[in-house]
Design a protein around this ligand. Structure first.
Ligand code: HAM
Length: 414
């Protein structure tokens, strides 16, 4: 019997795993200096957590959720994204009673039944952050600036920050009407989904990925032309804060995002090196969502970055060195086997990555393994060396070699 991973999902193992750990560690380091603390929500939620918030007419809810009935016949969904579970947790645990803002970050797998392609998976990982309780644009700018620092620390360049404002409940009705007018004589050409979306949520037509709909939305009115005074002020202030913080951005009035919960600020960070799936991170404000989940009115904003896309970019920039052992102990003979075990034990307790050879392998094959592992030093121990209380050492990078007493090993490595 031969088993394969399911379509659209993937294993992550060495050497790539080191890139993943680097991204996760960098995120932890950067997000924590901005006051974001980790929150771990479950991977499964009641289906309603997602349908209402992400929106009944979104691609995610209409087509992509992994939903099933559990043994008690409850509707359960594997999380397709991380924001709705964090909001559910925030409201359920009355975290709004704590001083504002409350800031959280999370990481882990998300699940969407999408058509797999390069950069798009059915199980993919996000690292995201959400901030609750501040309505003004300053925190929007802080979050974008935090993302910029995060990418800089990873050594990633050539990223484009795109921002937009998609307004609020006050400006939406006028914009909706303008969209209905615009699409009224194009209705026939739209896909079946968009025909339905036309009546329920015409904004979603702008996010449709069907070729015909993409063509038909050309020339559609921009949401930014319909912003109310407060939304316009918020958007203008955000831009001046971004200038102050030296975050380069372009305004993309076409960006509406694929999830319904957004209000005002939305943003995407893209990189051309990624091909068609070029968004590395995306997010925005969702000032109504906490209330929709039964909490008090609480403005909020956040983002999520795609781990696969980030690690792909790191790999392309190939600046990461895969970690390797400091010492490889090659052995000749059975007494040396015991000695190698004892030395490795001491070194490992000192925090030094040590690998050992095993009886039955020739010195040549042990040296080959040390080389493959890119060990910094090889120590060679045979019966003669044990009698003399000494070992031979070799530095693999330059072939330098010598002898030393067993008692000098630690000082030598220091
Ligand atoms: P999203 O735009 O759906 O937003 O996803 C955010 C990021 O996750 C994308 O920019 C991309 O890097 C990655 N991503 C999404 N789908 C896939 C996939 N199928 N395969 C690989 N990577 C993918 C959200 O999920 C929102 N919850 C972001 C947010 C947080 N908004 C406010 N707070």
């Amino acid at each position: 019997m031969k088993y394969n991973a399911l379509k659209g999902v993937h294993d992550i193992f060495p050497p790539d795993i080191h890139l993943w750990q680097k991204v996760e560690q960098t995120a932890r380091d950067i997000f924590s200096v901005y006051g974001f603390q980790e929150l771990r929500a479950p991977i499964i939620e009641a289906t309603d957590v997602f349908t209402r918030s992400i929106g009944e007419t979104s691609d995610i809810v209409e087509k992509e959720m992994y939903t099933f009935n559990d043994k008690a016949d409850r509707r359960i969904t594997l999380r397709p994204e991380g924001t709705a579970p964090v909001v559910r947790c925030y409201v359920e645990n009355h975290l709004y009673n704590l001083p504002s803002p409350q800031k959280f970050f999370y990481s882990g797998p998300m699940f969407r039944y999408e058509r797999p392609q390069s950069g798009r998976f059915r199980q993919f990982y996000q690292i995201g952050a959400e901030a609750f309780g501040v309505g003004g644009p300053k925190i929007d700018a802080e979050i974008l600036s935090m993302l910029k620092l995060f990418f800089e620390r990873l050594g990633l360049k050539e990223l484009n920050f795109q921002i937009n404002s998609i307004g609020c409940d006050k400006c939406r009705p006028d914009y909706r009407k303008a969209l209905l007018d615009f699409f009224s004589d194009r209705l026939e050409g739209l896909c079946q989904d968009c025909k339905r979306r036309y009546d329920i949520n015409p904004l979603r037509i702008l996010d449709c990925k069907v070729e015909a709909c993409i063509k038909l939305k050309d020339g559609a009115p921009y949401v930014t032309d319909f912003l109310c005074g407060e939304c316009r002020e918020h958007f203008n202030a955000l831009q001046s804060f971004l200038n102050l913080l030296d975050v380069p951005y372009v305004i993309n009035p076409n960006m509406v995002r694929g999830l319904d919960y957004y209000t005002r600020t939305t943003f995407e960070v893209t990189c051309e090196h990624l091909g068609s799936q070029n968004a590395v991170a995306a997010g925005g404000r969702y000032d109504k969502l906490v209330q929709e989940f039964g909490g008090p009115p609480t403005p909020a904003i956040g983002f999520a970055a795609g781990m696969e896309r980030l690690t792909t970019l790191l790999k392309l920039s190939s600046i990461e060195k895969v970690p390797s052992p400091k010492v490889f102990i090659a052995i000749l003979g059975t007494t040396a086997e015991k000695e190698s075990l004892a030395i490795a034990d001491r070194l490992r307790k000192e925090g030094i990555w040590t690998e050992i050879g095993y009886a039955g392998n020739s010195l040549k094959s042990q040296m080959r393994r040390a080389d493959k592992l890119s060990a910094e030093y090889v120590f060679i121990i045979g019966d003669d060396e044990i009698t003399a209380g000494k070992l031979k050492w070799k530095k693999l990078s330059d072939g330098d070699q010598g002898e030393m007493l067993f008692t000098d090993i630690y000082v030598f490595l220091k």
